[in-house]
Every structure is written in C-alpha cells, then in structure tokens.
Design a protein. Structure first.
Length: 277
C-alpha cells in the first residue's frame, strides 16, 4: 500500500508540474502526452508480443510491423503539436494501413486475431491520446478541458475503488474483471459528477445557455462512464493476453497503462464535448 501511495503521489506531482509548465506555453503539456504515448505504446506492444498472437511479430514482417508501431509512437505527438491534430491522426491512419498491408501480404488475408495484435499497438493508446492533444489546443476552454479529464477520471476511479471496497455486492463484469462491483461503478459515477460540478463552480464558464451546472453534471456522469469503460477494456486486453499488469514502472499500480486506461477513454469524450462548446 505504501508503494502504491508513493508512486501515485509522484504521478500526480508530475501532472501538476506539467500544468504549471503549460502556463509558459500550452505546447509544453504535450511533452507529458508524448511520454505517456511512448510508454503506453511500448507496454501494449510488449503485451501483444507476449500474448497468444505473438507469432504476428515473428520473422521479417514482424520486425517491419514493430518498426511501424515505433515510428507512429515517435511521430504522432510532435506532428499533432506543430501541425495540428488532423495531421497527427493522419500519421496514425497511415500506420494502421501499413500494419494491415504487412499482415495481408504475410498471411494472404487478415485473421481477426492478427488484426487486433497488429493494429492495437498503433491505435491504443495513441488515438485516444490524440484527443488529449486536441483538448490541450482548444483555445480559451483548453485548461478547463484538461482539468475535466485529469479531475473527473481519477475521482471516478478513486470513488469506484473506495465504494466497491466498502460495500461490495454484485459483480459488474466477473468474466473480465472479477473485483469490480456494481456498487463501485455507481460510486465512480458519483465521483465523476462531483468532480465536474466542482470545476463548474470554480470556473463558472459561460456557455450561453441556462442551467450550465446541469450540463456539467451530465458531462461528469458520462466522463465517469467512459473512465470505467476504459478500465474494463484494458482488463479485457490483459485477460486476453494472460497478464496481470501492463508493466512495473509504477509500484503498486503496475504499468503506465494501468494508471491511465480510464483517462484515455475519458479524454476522447471530453475532447468531443469541448469541440462543440
């Protein structure tokens, strides 16, 4: 527990530090996103390579596939930072097309299990982190958008853990994550809603419509739902490839992907919401 608390505190301190750096230049925050991208891509690639579909990465085409994954991770955040999120998406799209082409040439077709193993390291977490890059560049509301991601999602995760531990009860998805409960999921929704409401009353954004607090309440609930969906998605991946954690970089938590799985899905939703604000 001590290791978990210490590593969690260090992670929070790093994020807070980048929020301060962002006051100098908003693009400096993308350095944090870049680090998450590189670490996350490596963890997902390693998980896929060590899983049931590890023969995808064998031989010459496997080395080429690994190179495609690596180049996408190295290139997409700088491209998105200096040329826009659209060009970052183009880099990821090109990476997916190259990966599919390599698999098709090698196999003559695209078996579903090869599709997942070959394409997932390109898209996850990078496609979702691209949403975070877009949120960071969203003009006057960019700071609020980032805080909605980094406040509502961790609160949803924390409340889900605390409520689920205290109350327990019916399992949510025992076939994917046997420790998650329905009570914990409800607690997570409450935590996300509370975080969104707190940010609303701090910033008081003028959206030009009435009852803005109700809008933020709804955003917080849906953001918490996406957070829990992201957590379950990663649990499904880990169960699929037969591992407990994505890595060991954060003692007590596992890998960086074990810490940001919910944040990734939440960032996609928040970026879409603020696109229309």
């Amino acid at each position: 527990m001590l290791k978990r608390c210490v590593s969690g505190a260090v992670f929070v301190a790093v994020i807070v530090g980048f929020f301060f750096l962002r006051t100098v230049d908003v693009r400096l925050f993308n350095i944090l996103i870049y680090a998450l991208s590189l670490l996350g891509t490596f963890e997902v690639w390693r998980a896929m390579k060590g899983g049931k579909e590890n023969d995808v990465f064998a031989g010459g085409s496997g080395a080429a596939l690994t190179a495609v994954v690596s180049l996408c991770a190295l290139a997409f955040v700088p491209v998105a930072t200096f040329f826009g999120a659209g060009w970052g998406a183009a880099v990821l799209g090109a990476g997916v097309l190259f990966a599919l082409a390599l698999l098709a040439i090698r196999e003559g077709s695209l078996p579903a299990r090869y599709f997942g193993a070959g394409v997932l390291p390109v898209l996850y977490p990078n496609a979702l982190l691209l949403a975070m890059v877009a949120a960071n560049g969203h003009g006057e509301h960019s700071l609020l958008a980032l805080l909605m991601i980094f406040v509502t999602s961790p609160l949803a995760d924390t409340f889900a853990y605390l409520v689920g531990s205290m109350i327990g009860g019916r399992k949510l998805c025992p076939g994917i994550s046997p420790n998650k409960t329905v009570s914990g999921a409800i607690g997570g929704l409450a935590g996300g809603a509370a975080g969104a409401l707190a940010l609303y009353f701090i910033f008081r954004p003028d959206l030009g419509v009435g009852c803005e607090w109700l809008i933020f309440l709804a955003i917080g609930l849906v953001a918490a739902f996406f957070t829990e969906a992201g957590d379950l998605f990663e649990s499904w991946i880990k169960r699929r490839v037969g591992i407990k954690d994505m890595g060991r970089i954060m003692p007590g938590h596992g890998g960086i992907m074990d810490r940001i799985d919910g944040i990734l899905f939440c960032s996609l939703f928040i970026a879409l919401v603020f696109l229309f604000l």
